[in-house]
Design a protein. Structure first.
Length: 134
């Protein structure tokens, strides 16, 4: 991992992903403000088994209402992802406003990181299925 300045012509990932996340947030908030119906999970509707993303919309609604415990019960991984996005957005804003060097991870992702990510996804999905069965 290293800190370096953006090279001429290099894609500005911080600006790109900040724009994507803020655009998605604006779209989601507009959806909620207009009172549009919640999207339904096709896997859950067809099989009765929740998908790994089930509960994310309800978690967002709970987060926006300030009910953090309920949000964590709906989908803990979605809450962690949203917290990570907020942290990334803060980092990106600081880097862009201050014209600071950017953090770049090493090109090789260790096997432990990939295995850990898969384990977290599986554990979250098991949580959702257990919660649904109760």
């Amino acid at each position: 991992m290293s800190w370096r300045r953006l090279a001429p012509g290099e894609l500005d990932h911080e600006a790109l992903w900040l724009g994507v996340s803020l655009g998605a947030a604006a779209l989601g908030l507009t959806w909620f403000a207009l009172g549009l119906p919640r999207p339904q999970c096709p896997l859950h509707a067809f099989t009765g088994v929740p998908c790994p993303g089930c509960g994310t919309t309800r978690a967002v609604e709970s987060l926006l209402a300030g009910n953090w415990p309920a949000a964590l019960l709906f989908n803990p991984l979605a809450c962690a992802v949203f917290a990570g996005v907020v942290l990334f957005d803060l980092y990106a804003l600081i880097v862009l406003i201050g014209r600071l060097p950017r953090w770049r991870p090493s090109s090789a992702m260790p096997l432990a990181v990939r295995t850990g990510a898969v384990a977290v996804l599986v554990l979250n999905w098991l949580w959702l299925m257990w919660r649904e069965a109760r």
